[in-house]
Write a protein that binds this ligand. Structure first.
Ligand SMILES: Cc1cc2nc3c(=O)[nH]c(=O)nc-3n(C[C@H](O)[C@H](O)[C@H](O)COP(=O)(O)OP(=O)(O)OC[C@H]3O[C@@H](n4cnc5c(N)ncnc54)[C@H](O)[C@@H]3O)c2cc1C
Ligand code: SF4
Length: 449
């Protein structure tokens, strides 16, 4: 079987140079004075709403107090004990609608405590000093396979290893981390920082085999024979097509595919694009549009079929996109991507109206715009058909069905969490559910023992 060994440092495998290095961090790292000063603003609330708002329930007032008293090591341990991907989450969580959104300061007419930036200060300090807080538990002799090295798989694996189980994570990509390392906007998190966190998880004792696609390189039945339990954390698949002519033209890409290109390679030359169009109304569309603008593409237009208030992307992200000069075209859909010499050269569109919740094209409203690059952010396909041969494992609308208490599927040997169950949420939810599944898997393994 192919696959790279667990001891590999994945950071060394990153291509250099790569386009993501052209980005500047939107929230740079605090120095000690800044961190202590920000921590000193916290009211250390009893029953803190910030802690309740965090899906992984990090003890926020405790870790902030530890930073304030310069016990940074203690604060990092507090964070990572609840959330093993505390570094990624510090960089990329939508804190505006989670912990910081719940901070009592908002009701006092003051700025919320910058919890995300304090969390990053703490965990990065610990990683820079090569600190290791957790170790493998006493061996139980039980073996678990984790399919997918995204946040759900890694969180589940890290928890199981600490409980004494042998865990192998199988990952089809060459570099682990799932969308956390491959698709998150580079101005929020660079691949290298995501991979630093993975090194820390490897050092606890999690084995990661990359370049192994379950279902191709290793069959489901082989996996079953080798392991006592299996965790499915495969996320979602490739970008969905729009189903219109011209999608195969050069200069038309799916959002996740394109973002992965800029994060991992130097193949995209921003200097060749003057006028880009992004199709979609979610956070991925907003990210792609902002990335193009930050790469100095002069004109970036986001086209969405519904109204502005119906966009699923966060309002704070949309406001930032508008401030950065991104133009919006609402209630409009593309009919065709136009081409010249095999390359994108404009787009034919039509206006849309909503009648009783149904979207219909407005007759005679067709028009064309010029553009030389198109990014499709109309969602991702589902991968769960891979498990169609597993008895009693139910897949509904492409999503794996689980018991919400245990995250066990209908087939007792399989548990699942993350985007392949939810249909697409944030990293912090995948981390929380990966850990929750690990606890239920541990109980089952110990019962069987
Ligand atoms: C463009 C984009 C930007 C985002 N930005 C943010 C953000 O800023 N903040 C945030 O919190 N969330 C963000 N998200 C959402 C977040 O990335 C996901 O919710 C999270 O990564 C889901 O984790 P997961 O482990 O379920 O799946 P994934 O991260 O998708 O990981 C699944 C892994 O399984 C692997 N895999 C699939 N099939 C197989 C197989 N057969 N064999 C072996 N391996 C397999 C895949 O290669 C992948 O590495 C973003 C998502 C996208 C698309
Ligand atoms: S709600 Fe705000 S002030 Fe209160 S503990 Fe949390 S971060 Fe501190």
């Amino acid at each position: 079987m192919k696959g790279k060994s667990a001891a590999v440092s994945f950071i060394d495998q990153l291509e250099c140079p790569r386009t993501e290095l052209l980005f500047q961090e939107s929230k740079p790292l605090y120095n000690e004075d800044q961190a202590v000063s920000e921590a000193s603003r916290c009211l250390f609330c009893y029953d803190a709403p910030c802690m309740q708002a965090c899906p992984t329930h990090i003890n926020v007032p405790l870790f902030i107090r530890q930073i304030m008293t310069k016990n940074v090591k203690g604060s990092a341990k507090t964070i990572l004990s609840s959330n093993i991907m505390g570094l990624s989450c510090a960089h990329i969580c939508p804190v505006e609608v989670l912990c910081e959104g719940a901070c009592v300061m908002n009701h006092e007419g003051k700025e919320a405590i910058h919890i995300g930036r304090l969390q990053r200060y703490s965990v990065q300090w610990a990683y820079d000093k090569q600190m290791q807080f957790f170790t493998k538990g006493k061996s139980t002799g039980k073996k678990v396979a984790v399919i997918g090295s995204g946040p759900a798989g890694l969180s589940c694996a890290a928890e199981l290893v600490q409980l004494g189980h042998d865990v192998v994570v199988y990952e089809s990509r060459e570099i682990p981390g799932g969308l956390d390392s491959a698709a998150v906007a580079p101005y929020k998190l660079f691949s290298e920082d995501a991979l630093k966190e993975i090194s820390f998880i490897q050092k606890i004792g999690v084995e990661i085999k990359t370049g192994v696609s379950i279902g191709k390189d290793l069959s489901i039945s082989e996996l079953e024979q080798k392991h006592d339990l299996i965790f499915i954390g495969i996320g979602l698949g490739r970008d969905s097509d729009l189903g219109i002519p011209g999608e195969d033209l050069s200069g038309c890409a799916g959002a996740v595919e394109w973002i992965e290109t800029i994060k991992r390679t130097n193949a995209f030359d921003p200097g060749t694009v003057r006028n880009a169009v992004v199709i979609g109304g979610g956070n991925t569309a907003l990210d792609a549009a902002r990335e193009l603008k930050k790469l100095m593409v002069p004109k970036v237009t986001l086209i969405y079929r519904r109204t502005e208030s119906e966009m699923s992307g966060y309002k704070h992200e949309k406001d930032r996109a508008a401030q950065e000069g991104i133009e919006f075209l609402f209630q409009t859909i593309p009919l065709e991507i136009l081409g010249h010499n095999g390359k994108v050269d404009g787009m034919k569109l039509v206006k849309i109206k909503s009648e009783n919740g149904k979207l219909t094209p407005v007759s005679g409203s067709e028009f064309s715009v010029s553009c030389d690059f198109v990014v499709k952010a109309a969602g991702q396909e589902k991968l769960s058909e891979l498990f169609s041969e597993v008895k009693n494992l139910t897949v509904k609308n492409g999503l794996i069905q689980v018991n919400p208490e245990t995250l066990q599927t209908g087939s007792p040997k399989y548990f699942a969490a993350g985007d392949c169950v939810s249909g697409g949420e944030e990293v912090v939810y995948a981390v929380a559910d990966g850990k929750k599944a690990a606890k239920a898997m541990h109980e089952l393994l110990m019962k069987e023992k």
